[in-house]
Design a protein around this ligand. Structure first.
Ligand code: CO
Ligand code: CO
Length: 314
């Protein structure tokens, strides 16, 4: 592809990073991203909140501070306008918490509702986190439990109990803002948020981009309990199988817990942060994250020099 490139471009699209970074002056760079999603919960207000958090997250994953937002909205004209209003109010309330100003947006008619934002943030020069700068020896921390896509699929099929619904909503409604803020005190090499490609897919992007391998320790990964139940029942989004197929040649799985394997590929909406941190600081960062309310945070793996496969699950 023939693409124009200004010399101030710092992170482009090649490394599948969470956002682009463009230096605007001697102090800071712009961090720019766009994302939109279809409804993952029934409550329109909560869906709006989740759509905003999901979009803001890519700026946090880069170490940036959100500044402005442009909405991308699609809906069928026959829908009750009150639902759209509630949805937008949910989104605006999260943008407000993030001190992110909504500038405008664009609406298109479509069969299914879709909502998201293009977020522009800033980051002090040279302090952004790429996903492709892992170092051998780093430990990997993940901040949320896995299985959001599976439980959201069960929710869509009206299978979840009230408790399970509440739990998955709470996980998606947890902002990554505070976690990203904590990272600044630590020797962090790389960061990304886990979304559509699942833990395995985003892990692969990080490992390949860094020319390293990642060894995930399954027994240390937090799984949403109901996700294991629904996965065993075969309630698994098509995206999980696509993610798995896509990287079938890039990983090895040598753990007993075969029933957990597919959950590693489960597409997450508003997933947590996967963080590469210097080994000797991992336990301190972990304690900080847990104290800040990210109770399911765990050290889930480590980075090695490049092995035969980019990703290993042990
Ligand atoms: Co992302
Ligand atoms: Co995204």
């Amino acid at each position: 592809m023939n693409v124009y490139r200004d010399s101030r471009l710092e992170v482009g699209f090649e490394t599948s990073d969470d956002a682009g970074v463009f230096k605007i002056d001697d102090d800071k760079s712009l961090v720019q991203t766009v994302d939109f999603i279809t409804p993952v919960v029934d409550d329109p207000y909560k869906f709006g909140q989740i759509a905003a958090l999901n979009s803001l997250s890519d700026v946090y994953a880069m170490g940036g501070t959100p500044l402005t937002a442009m909405s991308i909205l699609m809906y069928n004209c026959n829908i009750d306008k009150k639902l759209i209003q509630l949805m937008m109010q949910g989104a605006c309330d999260e943008l407000k918490k993030a001190k992110c100003t909504l500038l405008g947006g664009h609406t298109v008619e479509d069969q299914e509702v879709k909502l998201g934002f293009s977020i522009t943030g800033t980051v002090a020069n040279g302090t952004f986190y790429k996903n492709s700068s892992l170092r051998a020896g780093d430990r990997l921390i993940y901040t949320k439990p896995l299985g959001i896509g599976i439980v959201a699929t069960a929710l869509k099929g009206e299978l979840t109990t009230a408790d399970e619904t509440e739990q998955i909503e709470a996980i998606m409604l947890t902002s990554n803002a505070k976690a990203a803020e904590l990272l600044k005190k630590y020797n962090v090499s790389a960061c990304t948020d886990i979304t559509g490609f699942g833990l395995a897919g985003h892990g692969l992007e990080m490992a390949s981009g860094s020319d390293k391998s990642i060894v995930f320790e399954i027994d240390n990964i937090a799984f949403i309990e109901s996700a294991i139940k629904y996965a065993n029942m075969g309630i698994i989004p098509a995206g999980a199988y696509q993610n798995k197929q896509f990287m079938d040649n890039d990983y090895v799985f040598s753990n007993e817990g075969k029933e957990k394997e597919i959950i590693l590929f489960d597409p997450q909406t508003a997933g947590g942060l996967l963080i590469g941190v210097a080994k000797e600081e991992a336990e301190y960062l972990l304690a900080d994250l847990i104290a800040a309310g990210y109770h399911d945070s765990a050290v889930i793996g480590s980075v090695t020099d490049r092995l035969e496969k980019a990703v290993r699950f042990i």
